[in-house]
Design a protein around this ligand. Sequence first.
Ligand code: COA
Length: 391
Amino acid sequence: MTQDAAIGIHDLSFATTEFVLTHQALAAHDGTDIGKYHVGIGQQSMSVPAADEDIVTMGAAAAAPITARHGTDQIRTVVFATETSIDQSKAAGVYVHSLLGLPSSARVVEIKQACYAGTAALQFALGLVRRDPSQRVLVIASDVSKYDLGSPGEPTQGAAAVAMLIAADPALVRIEDPSGLYTADVMDFWRPNYRDTALVDGHESINAYLQALEGSWKDYIEQGGRALGEFSAFCYHQPFTKMAYKAHRHLLHVCGHDTDAAEITRAIGHTTAYNTVVGNSYTASMYLALASLLDHGEDLTDKAIGFISYGSGSVAEFFAGTVVPGYREHLRTAEHQEAVARRKPVDYARYGELHERSFPADGGDHPVPRETSGPYRLAALSRHKRIYEVR
Ligand code: COA
C-alpha cells in the first residue's frame, strides 16, 4: 500500500431530485408484493427528476457547496462521469463549469464506462494531483437511471449526483495504491445511442458483477493489496442495495471466510442508507455508499475501506482508502439528509408523465416548466441548445 504522498477525497457532497416515487406506490400500480421491493431488492423509493432537472443541474447542485467552501482557484480540472450523457460531443461538465463560475484556466472532460466511470474519473484525478499536488480536481458523477416503464429494471431506477474534491492532504479519505482491475466483454447492460432508456439483462448482470468482483479482488491481491481482514467496511456499487449483500457474501466465500449474515451487515449495513431511498444513480452510486458510511457509521478514523466499482459491459476496480483523523468535522450529513427528505412524493401517473417526457428534435424553442426548487434548472431547449439558469 502506497501512502507516501497522501492524495484523496478532500470533500464530498451529493444532490438528488425534486421528486420521489415510493416503491409502495410502484407496487400498488404493478401489483407486486412489496416484499420483493423492500426485501428482495432492498429498495424503498427512487428519486425522480423534475422536467427542468438533469445530470447538469444535479451535478452543479452537488458541486456548489464544495466550491463555496474551498473556492475555485486551485481547480484546474473538472471530470464529469456519466452514462446518461445529454450530448454526444460537448462535456456536461462545461455547463457546470459555467454555472459555478469556475476559472477559464481549467480543462473539462466527460468520461464514460457505465457505472464504473466515476472511479475512472477519480483515478484520473489522483494522477493529476500526484503530478502537481498544488492542483485540485473536481470530480462529478451524475446520472439519471431510466428503464422502460413496466420492465424488470423499472424498480431499480433513481437519480443523483456526487461531487468530490480530489486533493493532496485530503480531509476525508486517502486513496491507496494498488488497484485491482478487471475487464470482460459482456452484454449485461447497455444503451444504444438511439434509446433514452437502458437495456439490461438483470440476472446476467448480477453474475457479471460477481465475476468482475472476483477478478478485480484477485488482481488486487496479486498487486500486493491488503488482506480482507484489514478492512473495516466495504463500499459496493449498488444498482439495488441487495446487490451489495450478494457481492459481499461472494467476496467472503471467495476468500474462504465465514459468510455470516451479521458480519455482512456489519461490513456494509451503513453504506446503503442513501441508495435504498435514492435508487440507482449509476456512476454516483458507490460514492453515495461512501457518503452514507461516513454520515452514519461509527468512528472510522484510520480505518481501511474497500471500494468495489463495477460498470456493466464490463469494467471493475477494487481499491482501498483510509479514513483521515478529524474527518467528521468536514462531513455534510445534515445537508445530505435534507437532500433526501426535501423530495416531494409523486404518484405513479405523474412519475409516468415525467418518465415519458422528451424534447421535440425540430430545433424549435421549447421552454421547460418551472418545477425544481433546486439551485439550477434547465430552462429550455432552443435551436438544439440546452439553456441552463441559476434560480
Ligand atoms: N418477498 C421477498 N423477496 C422477494 C419476494 C417477496 N414477495 N418476491 C421476490 N423476492 C426476491 C427474489 O427471491 C429475489 O431475491 P434473490 O435475488 O436473493 O433470489 C429478488 O426478490 C428479485 O426477484 P427476481 O425474481 O429476481 O426479480 P426480477 O426478475 O424482477 O429482477 C433485477 C430483479 C434486480 C434483476 C431487475 O430489477 C433488474 O434487472 N434491475 C436492473 C439491474 C441493473 O441495473 N443492473 C446493471 C447495473 S449493475
